[in-house]
Design a protein around this ligand. Structure first.
Ligand code: SF4
Length: 329
């Protein structure tokens, strides 16, 4: 039996994941989004419940992310209406601009967003997204935003000149970037982007990372403090609280605020309290997990154990949701 409940009393800043489905399958995506996910969007009633819980936790402004939230713009309108009804500010909506067709249709969609209280788009500008989305769409969307006084939060201007150096009418692979800018381009990208090396990003960069022995990783007894972080959390369309940085882990938000039972969330609990050592010992003892001799750090081991529990053992654990994260990574 565990003594401590998992509880969060206040939250400062975070985002909603209104849908995991995306037009792209970016190699840096921490949430493992892609077109393979079901076409599920956050419903109006789920949004109402989430906004009211967030307000109780002291959080009255939020951003919207995905997946690609504007994949089907009309599906996000009820979420915006719910935010307005609950007096929650929308800081910005993240978008990859893939839905841009031409200026007039984009202006129409932007006007609908503005009408519902959204005043800013965070528009992705980076080589990872450019593998799927031609740069002319990003430029066109920025111009359309200026037509309707929608603010733009360009993420990241650092990459504008890189993308602009290549033909903006078509997407470009990272390999093309490496041919154009040098072999070490891919390797330097995480530092320039400020990339969180978890989720699919970890898979992408794992072959280039320094390996560490299992025994040495197990010498680290520290709990993973980011799991109870009040900043940069997300709540997804299924009502899961997704902790800062560590995708594939979750607790139902409505349980977390009252105190979630550690027996129901044994993976999350062990990671938060005893870190990777606690999770690995649990996986070996309870499920017969057989560790490799080395991993690309503790998060690689953590991801491997969790994937194994979901994909190999077929477990449907409440703290490893949504399970599609593991399928579509
Ligand atoms: S070991 Fe797991 S829970 Fe801890 S920081 Fe890494 S991914 Fe997150």
């Amino acid at each position: 039996m565990f003594a401590d409940m998992l509880r969060i009393n206040y939250l400062v800043s975070g985002g909603l994941i209104t849908n995991y489905r995306c037009s792209s399958r970016c190699r840096h995506c921490v949430y493992a989004s892609s077109h393979a996910w079901p076409d599920d969007y956050m419903t109006s009633s789920a949004a109402d419940e989430i906004f009211s819980l967030l307000k109780k936790l002291g959080c009255s402004s939020i951003h919207i992310g995905g997946g690609e939230p504007l994949l089907r713009p009309e599906r996000i309108f009820p979420v915006l209406e719910s935010a307005a009804g609950n007096d929650v500010d929308i800081e910005y909506i993240e978008t990859n601009a893939s839905w841009y067709k031409d200026e007039s249709s984009a202006v129409n969609i932007l006007k609908e967003l503005r009408k519902r209280g959204a005043g800013c788009l965070l528009i992705s500008i980076d080589p990872y997204h450019n593998e799927y989305i031609p740069f002319y769409k990003v430029k066109g969307l920025i111009k359309a935003c200026s037509e309707v006084n929608m603010d733009v939060f360009p993420w990241l201007m650092e990459f504008w000149d890189d993308l602009d150096a290549l033909d903006d009418r078509r997407p470009h692979s990272l390999e093309e970037y490496a041919r154009f800018f040098g072999d070490d381009y891919l390797l330097k990208l995480p530092g320039r982007y400020g990339l969180n090396l978890r989720g699919r990003a970890l898979r992408t960069y794992r072959p280039m990372m320094r390996m560490e022995s299992f025994d040495s990783i197990m010498e680290n007894p520290a709990g993973c403090s980011l799991l109870s972080g009040r900043y940069h959390f997300h709540v997804d369309l299924y009502g899961n609280y997704i902790p800062q940085s560590c995708s594939g882990l979750s607790i139902k938000l409505n349980e977390l605020i009252h105190g979630a039972d550690p027996n129901k969330y044994p993976v999350f609990y062990r990671l938060e309290h005893y870190g990777i050592k606690g999770l690995a010992e649990y996986a070996v003892k309870e499920y017969g997990y057989k560790p490799e001799s080395e991993y690309a750090g503790k998060c690689d081991l953590c991801q491997d154990i969790r994937s194994w529990l979901v994909l190999e053992l077929g477990l449907n654990l409440p703290d490893l949701q949504p399970a599609d994260y593991y399928r579509f990574i």
